[in-house]
Design a protein around this ligand. Structure first.
Ligand code: MTE
Ligand code: HPA
Ligand code: MOS
Length: 768
């Protein structure tokens, strides 16, 4: 089945926040953000701005009617800065004007005097100064201290990954409309309607039942709107609450890039020990997470890093520690993979370091250490592993031996072009790591014309979840998909939603839809049994008809629905689902946090131009563990998108903050994202179909985040190509591998020489 949004998307008819018709009298809000990264506000002058044309009001923290606080996990984030600013772009005032342009013109007239304080941008500096947002955490399996003695080879190193801008096509924004008796209807581009509702409740002082957050769809979220849609919605709602006028704020791209957090950069130390046979015996890793200026989701992201620190490998002795470091950057937040990719990069770097030092192919070490069913993860859960199945199928299907051979002969025959390949196994845990979030609800109405309306807590953000929800309803009722409509996601219809995140949206909400539809089906069957004078268990619903055994009756769907209505039987159901059997004890750092894991293996094949440092992605070939995909077209789309986004993170997307905490890569002219030319020339996706029961909806495993991590293979493939050109070069593990860094590595130039002297090359003789 095609994505149900495809035809309105291509015709430009799909509704996003900016397509909602404006109500007369709507005011436009624009935030004034701190011009410096850290300091104390000594004075704020609004007088000139207040007299600008069209300006109606400028709100500051003094106007907040509830608590000036929107922090979700830790209450450390004011809606509007009071005296202390912690990052460039931190909202200090909210200008309301009759037009968008007038509001932006007035923002430019606000002046603020800020006494500067020292700025921290590096997570290791923050850790050294004790700037931690939450306590550090350590996951342990076995006894690393004792295990080093059993190791023949031990390698240590540092591995860094940079941030990543979400670059959803639709920027952040919200539109608040006053209702009678202080109610507010809020359109918000959010993955978490309830998160928005809570933030509005806290900052406005209104009860949650007064706040209807309504979401039709997002033009992408990628994690960036799991928590960070709250700020803009809360500002609009506050203004609406005070002024009793509709208020809209739709961020410009540059505001969005400067003011919102990104993927967390990490700097990490690793130590890996292997025995004679290249089995990994011990692994020690310390993660320094650059959380930015407030907690946001950082503690949860950090936890997921620890959960994924051994990727798809079984390692008997592990000590993994993570620090959540407070810096003066915009609070970093969820981004596809949610810390998992950062953890996986480090173990892959450790394996690459071992392989390069020992002169073996990293794939030999990878293959030897893949986990098996029954192996224990450092957090205590036992694997139900498809790691070997995916790896072996990829090796056979794509004839990786021949590819290896071809790469070697290409490299022997070419001087200035070198090829590199890497394999990237992935093992990703499905469920919110915070167990209580693994619940969802659905509301299903069957109308007397036989049409069906489905509401869930799921937010459609391009991932196709509405299509999947529709499939669940149509299949459970055994009716034509055209009869089913997915309604917008509204906190009035579905309460206490978990954000659409953790790749678990279809699993959680789909199960709730299935339960609701099944309950209605059972009532309809009882009605049919009554009119046909048979037992309920003789009846089935198939292709819109009631069957008695395999005999079709003349009771078609609509007739049955009308009959149920006439008999005053309920045609509506509200259902609740919560994932069974999951639990986690953070005091012991052990438990069974995930419903299941998704596995896969990718082969990434690149060619480097060794004169220019540029490169091409030749192919990404994947065997992916889908369980039993309920929508192969959508799932393929998720894999293709995830791969390209992962390659972008690993190769070209370079978030640059200067030492004063100002974002330099603040536009698409200075921040390079994958375009059609950087998409791999070939993407092959093969399905590992498995028959085991799992906790996914229709056994169709979650697919949203895991494919991003295939992109990590691009980094290691580039490394291998560089080493084919210059086998003695030293390449720091420092992603992204931009063409500039490739060039430095090809000619063994230490990038520190450049960075040491602020963009000028020190001590480098350019000859020849
Ligand atoms: N795909 C599209 N097109 N747009 C998105 O914003 N977000 C990703 C992934 N795929 C995203 C996407 C992220 S971060 C997650 S967690 C999942 O989709 C969320 O949706 P799911 O739970 O339905 O997989
Ligand atoms: N994944 C994504 N989002 C989340 C999670 C998670 O594990 N926990 C809280 N928010
Ligand atoms: Mo996705 S990072 O869990 O929104």
């Amino acid at each position: 089945m095609k994505n149900i949004d495809s035809s309105t998307h291509v015709r430009g008819e799909s509704i996003y926040l900016d397509d909602i018709p404006l109500i007369r009298g709507t005011l436009f809000g624009v935030a004034f953000g701190s011009p410096v990264a850290h300091g104390i506000i000594r004075s704020l002058d609004l007088t000139e701005a207040e007299t600008m044309p069209g300006v109606v009001r400028i709100l500051t923290y003094k106007d907040v009617t509830g608590e000036n606080q929107i922090g979700g996990i830790v209450p450390d984030e004011p809606l509007l800065a009071e005296h202390h600013v912690h990052y460039c772009g931190m909202p200090i005032a909210f200008v309301l004007a009759e037009t968008d342009n007038e509001a932006r013109a007035a923002v430019k007239k606000i002046t603020v005097t800020i006494e500067p304080l020292p700025v921290i941008t590096d997570p290791r500096d923050a850790q050294a100064k004790g700037e931690l947002i939450v306590r550090p955490r350590t996951f342990r399996l076995g006894e690393t201290a004792a295990a080093w003695e059993q190791c023949t080879y031990i390698f240590e190193g540092v591995a860094d990954t940079n941030g990543q801008e979400h670059l959803y096509i639709e920027t952040q924004g919200a539109y608040a409309i006053p209702q009678e008796n202080n109610g507010i209807k809020l359109y918000s581009s959010t993955q978490g309607p309830t998160a928005v509702q809570r933030a509005v409740t806290k900052s406005s002082g209104l009860p949650m039942h007064q706040i209807d957050v309504d979401v039709t769809r997002l033009g992408g979220g990628f994690g960036g709107k799991e928590d960070q849609a709250n700020m803009w919605a809360a500002l609009c709602a506050l203004a609406t609450h005070i002024l009793k006028k509709p208020v809209k704020y739709s961020l410009h791209r540059l505001e969005d890039m400067a003011m919102t957090g990104k993927r967390h950069p990490y700097s990490s130390d690793f130590k890996i020990g292997l025995d004679n046979d290249l089995k990994i015996i011990a692994y020690e890793v310390t993660f320094y997470q650059n959380a930015g200026a407030a907690a946001d989701l950082s503690p949860a992201v950090m936890e997921r890093t620890l959960f994924h620190c051994t990727n798809s490998y079984f390692i008997p002795n592990v000590t993994a520690t993570a620090f959540c470091c407070r810096t003066n950057l915009p609070p970093n937040t969820a981004f596809r993979g949610f810390g998992g990719p950062q953890g996986m990069f480090v173990i892959e770097a450790a394996i690459a370091k071992a392989a390069e030092s020992l002169g073996v192919d990293a794939a030999v070490i990878q293959a030897k250490n893949l986990n098996k069913t029954g192996d224990e993860f450092p957090y205590g859960q036992k694997a139900e592993s498809e790691a070997h199945a995916c790896w072996t199928k990829a090796e056979e299907l794509y004839d990786i031996e021949t590819i290896r051979h071809n790469v070697a002969s290409f490299n022997a025959a070419n001087v200035l072009y070198k090829k590199g390949i890497a394999l990237m196994p992935v093992c990703f845990g499905i469920s919110f790591t915070n167990t209580r979030m693994n619940q969802a609800r659905a509301l299903v109405h069957v109308y007397t014309d036989g049409s069906v309306g489905v509401s869930t807590g799921a937010v459609e953000m391009g991932q196709g979840v509405n299509t999947k929800m529709l499939q669940v309803a149509a299949q459970t009722f055994s009716i034509q998909p055209e009869r089913v409509k997915l309604q917008s996601t509204s906190t009035y219809r579905i309460a206490n939603t978990s954000p659409s995140a953790a790749s678990a949206t279809a699993d959680l909400n789909g199960r709730a839809v299935q339960i609701a539809c099944t309950d209605i089906v059972n009532r309809l069957k009882a009605v049919a049994a009554d009119v046909l004078q048979v037992r309920v268990d003789e009846i089935s619903l198939q292709d819109e008809y009631i069957y008695l055994g395999d005999k079709k009756t003349d009771w078609y769907w609509q007739r049955l629905v009308m009959e149920a209505y006439a008999k005053r039987v309920s045609l509506s159901e509200h259902a609740h689902y919560s994932t069974p059997d999951i639990h986690y004890d953070a005091t012991k750092e052990k438990g069974h946090p995930f419903a299941y894991h998704v596995y896969g293996t990718a082969l990434v094949d690149v060619t480097v131009d060794c004169l220019r440092g540029t490169y091409e992605m030749e192919a990404v070939k994947v065997v992916h563990d889908f369980g039993a995909s309920m929508n192969p077209m959508i799932d393929r789309g998720q894999i293709e998108g995830g791969i390209v986004q992962g390659i972008g993170w690993m190769t070209m997307e370079e978030v640059v903050f200067d030492k004063s905490g100002r974002l330099r890569s603040n536009a698409l002219s200075t921040y390079k994202v994958p375009d059609i030319y950087s998409v791999p020339k070939e993407i092959a996706i093969n399905f590992l179909e498995t028959q085991q029961d799992n906790l996914a909806i229709f056994r169709s495993k979650a697919v949203g985040e895991p494919p991003l991590m295939y992109g990590i293979g691009a980094y290691f493939a580039l490394r291998n190509a560089i080493l084919a050109f210059n086998p003695t070069t030293t390449i720091p593990f420092d992603a992204p591998m931009t063409p500039e860094k490739v060039l430095l590595a090809l000619y063994d130039v230490n990038p520190a020489l450049i960075l040491a002297n602020d963009q000028t090359v020190k001590g480098l003789e350019v000859t020849g």
